[in-house]
Design a protein around this ligand. Structure first.
Ligand code: ARG
Length: 465
C-alpha cells in the first residue's frame, strides 16, 4: 500500500528497509506537544485569514486537544508506516474529525513544521538548562561565601603553585558557568524566529499571517527568508556548542572532585548519596557521579560534531539528512541537564576537609613567590635576582626537609645578607592569601565581596520557574 499522506503518484509501498531508514517516529514523537501547539496556531491563523472556515478550525483544534490527551494517557498508537510525528498526528486527526483534518496542511509543509517544532523543543530545553545553571551558580557562590577564608593549594601543572582560598576556586567556576548561561541566552535570542509559514521552501500564495503564528508560539518574529527558515539548523548547532562548552566546564570540575576525594588529597568528602561502593573492595568509596559527569562531555561534544558533519555541504533548502538532527539534541541536552543536576547535588552535599587543604597549601614551598616579592619590595632587588635568591633558599629548605617559614634566619641571610626577621611576616600561607588583594585576586576579603556580589546578581536575575 502506498503512503496515504503523500502516495498519490506511487504504485508500491516502501521496502521494509526503506521504512526503517526513513521513519523518524521512534524518536520524533518527543515533538508531539510542540507539533500540536504549532498546528493549533496554524489552524487558528488559517481561519482568521479566511483560508479555512472557523468551524473547521474549531474542529481541528478540538481534535488536536483530544490527541494531546491520548498521548498524555499513553493511548496514542504510533505508526512507523506514517513515518514521523507530523503525519502520525495528522492521520489520527483524520480518524477523529474526518474531512476538516485535510485542511490543516494548507499553506504549510513538513519542512517549516519540523523546523518550528524542533525550535520550540530546543527553546524549552535551553530554558530548563538556564534554570539549572542558575541553581548550580547559586550553590557555588554560597559555598564560596562560606569558604572565602578556607586556604587550599592553588595548582599549575597540577603542582602546588601558590596558596589560594577554596572560595576563590569555587568562584572560578561561577565565572565559567555564568558565561555558559550567557551563551545559551544568546543562542535562544537568535533561535527565536518562527519558521512557520515558510512552507516547503518558497513561501506560499495563500494570504497567511506569519506574525500571528509567530506571536502565538512565543517567537519574537517570523524568520525573514523562507529558504533559510526551513534549512537553518544553526540554532541546533549553537545550542550544542553552548552545551559542549558547559559540559567541558562541568567535566573539569568533576575531575577536580575525583582528585580531591582521593585518600591522597582528601580535600573533600563526597556524601554517600553521590558515591558508590566496590563489589570486591569493602573500603572503597568511588566518585561515580563525578566520573560520569566527566564522561558525559564526550557524548555532548560528539553530538555537536555529528550534527555539524550532517549539515556540512548540504545544499539549500531542506534535505532529509536534516532528520538526523534530532537524536543528537534529544541525547545531548538531557545529558547536560542530568550532569548539572548531579554536580549540583554533589557539591551541595560535599564536605570540604579544611585541615587537609591547609596542610597541603603550606607544602611544597608554596610561599616562595611571597619571599621573592619581599626581596623586591624590602631589599630593592630586581625580580629576576629575587627569583634566583629565592630558588637557593628553597633548595636550602628542601635539603633540610623543612618549610620556608621553618628555615632559620641565618641560613637565609647566608644566601642574601639583606634578609631580616620581617621576612617571616610573608612566609605563612595566611599572609600569602591575605596579601593578594589585587582586583580578582584570592584574598579572603576579595572573595567574600565577590561571592556576595554574585549572590546578589543571581537573586535579581533568577529565571522564571
Ligand atoms: N521527519 C522529517 C524530519 O525530521 C520531517 C520533514 C520531512 N520533510 C520532507 N520533505 N520529507 O526532517
Amino acid at each position: 500500500m502506498s503512503n496515504r499522506m503523500w502516495g498519490g503518484r506511487f504504485q508500491q509501498g516502501p521496502d521494509a528497509i526503506m521504512e526503517e531508514i526513513n521513519a523518524s517516529i521512534d524518536f520524533d514523537k518527543a515533538l508531539a506537544a510542540q507539533d500540536i501547539a504549532g498546528s493549533k496556531a496554524h489552524a487558528m491563523m488559517l481561519a482568521r485569514q479566511g483560508i479555512i472556515s472557523d468551524d473547521d478550525a474549531a474542529k481541528i483544534v478540538q481534535g488536536l486537544d483530544t490527541i494531546a490527551s491520548e498521548i498524555a494517557a499513553g493511548k496514542f498508537a504510533y505508526s512507523r508506516a506514517l513515518e514521523d510525528i507530523h503525519m502520525n498526528i495528522e492521520a489520527r486527526l483524520k480518524d477523529l474529525i474526518g474531512e476538516p483534518a485535510g485542511r490543516l496542511h494548507t499553506a504549510r509543509s513538513r519542512n517549516d513544521q519540523v523546523a518550528t517544532d524542533f525550535k520550540l523543543w530546543v527553546r524549552d530545553a535551553i530554558d530548563d538548562i538556564d534554570r539549572q545553571i542558575h541553581t548550580l551558580l547559586t550553590a557555588l557562590a554560597t559555598i564560596a561565601e562560606q569558604h572565602a577564608g578556607t586556604i587550599m593549594p592553588g595548582f599549575t601543572h597540577l603542582q602546588s603553585a601558590q596558596p589560594i582560598t577554596f572560595g576563590h576556586h569555587c568562584l572560578a567556576y561561577v565565572e565559567m558557568l555564568a558565561r555558559d548561561r550567557g551563551r545559551f541566552a544568546d543562542a535562544r535570542r537568535r533561535l527565536n524566529e518562527s519558521p512557520l509559514g515558510a512552507a516547503a521552501l518558497a513561501g506560499t500564495a495563500y494570504p497567511i499571517d506569519r506574525q500571528m503564528t509567530a506571536q502565538a508560539l512565543g517567537f519574537d518574529r517570523p524568520a525573514a527568508n523562507s529558504l533559510d527558515a526551513v534549512s537553518d539548523r544553526d540554532f541546533a548547532m549553537e545550542a550544542l556548542a553552548a552545551a559542549s562548552i558547559c559540559a567541558i566546564h562541568l567535566s573539569r570540575f568533576a575531575e577536580e572532585l575525583v582528585i580531591w576525594s582521593t585518600a591522597q588529597f582528601n580535600f573533600v568528602r563526597l556524601s554517600d548519596k553521590f558515591s558508590t561502593g566496590s563489589s570486591i573492595m569493602p573500603q572503597k568509596r568511588n566518585p561515580d557521579a563525578a566520573e560520569l559527569v566527566r564522561a558525559k562531555a564526550g557524548r555532548i561534544v560528539g553530538a555537536l560534531n555529528a550534527l555539524m558533519m550532517v549539515m556540512k555541504g548540504l545544499p539549500l533548502a531542506y534535505s532529509k539528512d536534516m532528520q538526523e538532527d534530532k537524536e543528537q539534541l534529544f541525547d545531548a541536552l538531557p545529558s547536560l541537564s542530568l550532569s548539572l543536576a548531579a554536580l549540583t547535588g554533589m557539591i551541595k552535599d560535599m564536605e570540604p576537609v579544611e585541615e587537609s587543604m591547609l596542610a597541603a597549601a603550606g607544602a611544597a614551598f608554596s610561599t616562595a613567590t611571597d619571599l621573592a616579592d619581599w626581596l623586591v619590595r624590602e631589599a630593592g632587588l630586581p625580580f629576576r635576582d629575587a627569583h634566583h635568591v629565592t630558588g637557593r633558599i628553597v633548595a636550602e629548605a628542601a635539603g633540610r626537609g623543612v618549610s620556608l617559614d621553618e628555615l632559620p634566619l641565618d641560613v637565609m641571610q647566608a644566601v642574601h645578607p639583606s634578609i631580616s626577621e620581617d621576612v617571616f611576616s610573608v612566609l605563612s600561607v595566611q599572609a600569602s592569601v591575605q596579601s593578594r588583594r589585587s582586583f580578582g585576586g584570592t584574598a579572603p576579603e576579595n572573595v567574600r565581596a565577590a561571592a556576595a556580589d554574585w549572590l546578589e546578581r543571581l537573586a535579581s536575575d533568577a529565571p522564571n520557574a
